[in-house]
Design a protein around this ligand. Structure first.
Ligand code: URA
Length: 428
C-alpha cells in the first residue's frame, strides 16, 4: 500500500477501501505516514467527505489503534455523556454525580480546553488538591466506590486520534464532520461505556454554527455508536449564548456546586436534568428521578465523595481573581443578545483558556454575566464582570466584547431560544 495513492483516491472524490483505511491509520500511528501526508489526506476528507461505510471503518481503525477499557465487572450500568464543546458548559460537573446518585456508573473521560471553549479538567483543577491524572486502576476504584469519576483519558485510548487531532488543530481540518464524528466516537467506544448521550452544541459558540450541520454530526455519531453496540442518543442544544452566568474555571465550579445544592441558573439546571434523564433512560434506569436527587442532596453527596477520592477538598475556598473590571450596561432596556463566541474569547484572553496545549490556565480568570438574554438591564449597572490575575489582559479581552451584546427598548418582545432544540435517536 502506498500513501500517495490513498491521498489521490480521496483528492479525486473516490471512496477509500477498508484496506486503505486500516493501513493508513495504522501506518500514521506508527510514524510510517508523515504528518504532511496525513494533513493532505485530512484536507481531502474535509473537502470531499466520506460515506457512512468509510466513516465506520475509519472509526474502527482508530479504536483498534489502542486499548479498550472494560467496565463489565461493575454492578451498575454505565452511562456517559459527551459535549461537542461550548462556552460556560460546566454541565459535566453536576451531571456525573447526579446520574451516579440515581444508580448508574458514570466514567467521564474528559479533556482540556483549547481555543474559546473551556475544558472540564481545567475547571476541576481549580479545586485545591484535585487530580485529573489517574491510572486505570485508580479510575476504576473511584468509579466503583463513588459511582462517578471525571478524569483525563489515558494515552492508551485511541492513540491514532490523539495524533490526528493535534495535526488537524494546526492544519485547518478540525471542522470536517466525518473526522469530528470518528474522533469523538472512537474514544467513547474504546472507553467501553454501555450507553452514551451526546450533547451536540449549535450556535456561534459551537463548532457547528447551523442546525443542519449539527444534525448531520449528531446522526453520524448516533449511527456509529449504535453500530458498535453502544445505546446512543443525541440532543442538539443551543450555544448562541453562554450556559449559565459564568465562563471560566473556578467561576464555573462555583456555579456547578450551586446547582448541586438545589439552586443555580435555570438553563444549567434544565440542561443538566434533560441530559440526566436521557442517560438514565439509555442505561435502563427510566424510573429514577434526577430532580429529586438534586433536591434531597444525594447528588451533592456523590460530588463530595468523588472530589475527595481524587485528592480534592470540596470545602476548600476556590481561587478568586486578583483583579476585576466591571462593564456597565450602556442603556436601559431588554438584553436581546449575548454572544457565546465573544464571551468565550474574552474568558480565554483573560487567562481562562490556552492558545497552545502546553500553556497554563488561570484558575480564577473568566467572565461573570449579570444578565441573560430576556433580562431587563439598567444603564450604568454592571452587565459583565471580567476576572483575571494579570490586568494587562483587560484591553485585549475588552476588544472581543465590542459587539457581544444588543440591548433593545424595554417594550421589545423577546422569546428566548429553547435550550434543547432537537433529539436524535437511532433509526429503527
Ligand atoms: N472533540 C474531539 O474529541 N474531536 C474532534 O474532532 C472535535 C471535538
Amino acid at each position: 500500500m502506498d500513501v500517495i495513492s490513498v491521498i489521490r483516491t480521496k483528492r479525486d472524490r473516490g471512496r477509500l477501501t477498508d484496506e486503505q483505511i486500516d493501513w493508513v491509520i495504522d501506518a500514521y500511528t506508527r510514524g510510517e505516514v508523515a504528518d504532511e501526508q496525513m494533513s493532505a489526506l485530512a484536507m481531502a476528507i474535509l473537502l470531499n467527505g466520506m460515506d457512512r461505510r468509510e466513516i465506520a471503518r475509519w472509526t474502527a481503525a482508530m479504536i483498534n489503534s489502542g486499548e479498550r477499557m472494560d467496565f463489565s465487572a461493575l454492578s451498575r450500568p454505565t452511562a456517559d455523556k459527551h459535549s461537542t464543546g461550548g462556552v460556560g458548559d460546566k454541565i459535566t460537573l453536576p451531571l456525573a454525580p447526579l446520574v451516579a446518585a440515581c444508580g448508574a456508573a458514570v466514567p467521564q473521560l474528559s479533556g482540556r480546553g483549547l481555543g474559546h471553549t473551556g475544558g472540564t479538567l481545567d475547571k476541576l483543577e481549580s479545586i485545591p488538591g484535585w487530580r485529573a491524572l489517574l491510572t486505570n486502576e485508580e479510575m476504576l476504584a473511584v468509579l466503583d466506590g463513588t459511582g462517578s469519576v471525571i478524569c483525563a483519558a489515558g494515552d492508551g485510548l485511541a492513540p491514532a486520534d490523539r495524533k490526528l487531532y493535534a495535526l488537524r488543530d494546526v492544519t485547518g481540518t478540525v471542522e470536517a464532520i466525518p473526522l469530528i464524528a470518528s474522533s469523538i466516537m472512537s474514544k467513547k467506544i474504546a472507553e467501553g461505556t454501555g450507553s452514551l448521550v451526546l450533547d451536540v452544541k449549535v450556535g456561534t459558540g459551537a463548532f457547528m454554527k447551523s442546525l443542519d450541520d449539527a444534525r448531520e454530526l449528531a446522526e453520524t455519531m448516533v449511527g456509529l455508536g449504535t453500530d458498535h453496540g453502544v445505546r446512543t442518543v443525541a440532543l442538539l442544544t443551543d450555544m448562541s449564548t453562554p450556559l449559565g452566568r459564568t465562563a471560566g474555571n473556578a467561576l464555573e465550579v462555583r456555579e456547578s456546586v450551586e446547582v448541586l445544592a438545589g439552586g443555580g441558573p435555570a438553563d444549567v439546571v434544565e440542561l443538566t436534568l434533560a441530559l440526566a434523564r436521557e442517560m438514565l433512560d439509555a442505561a435502563g434506569l427510566p424510573d429514577a428521578d434526577p430532580a429529586e436527587a438534586l433536591a434531597d442532596g444525594s447528588a451533592m453527596d456523590v460530588w463530595r465523595r468523588m472530589i475527595t477520592a481524587q485528592g480534592g477538598d470540596p470545602d476548600a475556598p476556590l481561587p478568586v481573581s486578583r483583579e476585576q473590571h466591571h462593564i456597565p450596561a450602556p442603556a436601559t432596556g431588554v438584553l436581546t443578545r449575548l454572544d457565546a463566541y465573544d464571551i468565550g474569547v474574552a474568558a480565554w484572553r483573560l487567562g481562562a483558556g490556552r492558545a497552545r496545549k502546553e500553556d497554563p490556565v488561570q484558575a480564577a480568570a473568566g467572565v461573570e454575566l449579570h444578565a441573560k438574554p430576556g433580562d431587563h438591564v439598567t444603564q450604568g449597572e454592571p452587565l459583565l464582570t471580567l476576572h483575571t490575575d494579570t490586568p494587562d489582559r483587560f484591553p485585549y479581552a475588552l476588544e472581543s466584547l465590542t459587539s457581544a451584546y444588543d440591548i433593545a427598548p424595554l417594550d421589545t418582545p423577546f422569546t428566548a431560544a429553547p435550550i434543547v432544540r432537537e433529539r436524535i435517536a437511532p433509526a429503527t
